[in-house]
Design a protein around this ligand. Structure first.
Ligand code: NAD
Length: 248
């Protein structure tokens, strides 16, 4: 595919790459995205289920509603596209990855510099005393029906996963790191994002304003296609296979 070759050539010429990933990088790992076919957005109550208000109003309902997503996240393994970003970082070509995903797959793949803009499901905290928790065992217990909602032992209130829910602010450190990386990069890769969720969708504009070209790899059209140097309309797995072969 001509666009794949063009994208690989741009990667070859670049040494300060910044990547932004969205839910589409993890669909081939079995985690549904929001807006693609069969995506989570087909559930019209999702916004309420994944909002801070929804969690505060009914934490038990929040965990019950999300247990399917948790189980998909717990089973998932990194994809070829996650591995490609690790390879580019090992080669000294990629500075950082910012992700909108909460699945922890960039970390599992071995990426080192990661900005998790929407947090992670893997850890949680007590909203009152801020005690930190590993969430894996809680999810297993919720799935098996032994637990309804994990509670902080000291405060006896529901533990909240470290995900950015609708209405929650984005973690400041992750956002500032991503903005710096976008403004300093010589190429920005956007993998598997519809680019409609803000502020993450501002990052390609920051890169373009700083003079960097952008490459978008996505199954569907995005709002930034007309501003991208190269758009690869296809599966990330296929793109990553070609790119990994080029940077073996
Ligand atoms: P999105 O669902 O809005 O867009 C995903 C895009 O990826 C779609 O345009 C789709 O066409 C494309 N896509 C799907 N599979 C692909 C593939 N194999 N190859 C190439 N493209 C593919 O996702 P978003 O832009 O990340 O924003 C939605 C929000 O969803 C984020 O806030 C994120 O926190 C949350 N989310 C995360 C996960 C996860 O952690 N894996 C899963 C679902 C939703």
């Amino acid at each position: 595919m001509f666009e794949t070759e063009q994208a690989i050539n741009l990667i070859r010429e670049s040494n300060r790459i910044f990547a932004l990933s969205g839910a589409g990088i993890s669909t081939e790992a079995g985690i549904p995205d929001f807006r693609g076919p069969g995506g989570l957005w087909e559930d019209s109550t999702l916004m309420e289920k994944l909002s801070a208000t929804g969690f505060n109003r009914d934490p038990e309902g929040f965990y019950r509603a999300n247990v399917k997503l948790f189980s998909e996240v717990r089973k998932a393994k990194p994809t070829l596209a996650h591995q490609l970003l690790v390879r580019l970082e090992e080669l000294g070509k990629l500075d950082a990855v910012a992700t909108q995903n909460i699945d922890g797959l960039h970390r599992a793949a071995g990426s080192r510099k990661i900005f998790e803009l929407h947090g992670t499901y893997h850890t949680g905290h007590c909203p009152k005393c801020r005690a930190a928790f590993e969430m894996e065992d809680f999810y297993a217990e919720i799935q098996s029906g032994r637990l309804k909602v994990p509670l902080c032992r000291a405060c006896a209130i529901p533990i909240k996963p470290d995900v950015v829910l609708f209405e929650d602010p984005i973690p400041v450190d992750a956002w500032e790191g991503a903005v710096d990386a976008a403004s300093q990069c010589d190429l920005m890769l956007v993998f598997g994002s519809s680019l409609v969720v803000y502020p993450a969708a501002e990052l390609p504009m920051i890169a373009i304003s700083s003079g960097a070209p952008i490459v978008i790899v996505n199954l569907e059209e995005t709002a930034y296609d007309s501003l991208a140097r190269v758009v690869v309309r296809g599966k990330l797995g296929e793109f990553a296979k070609s790119a990994l072969a080029a940077f073996d």
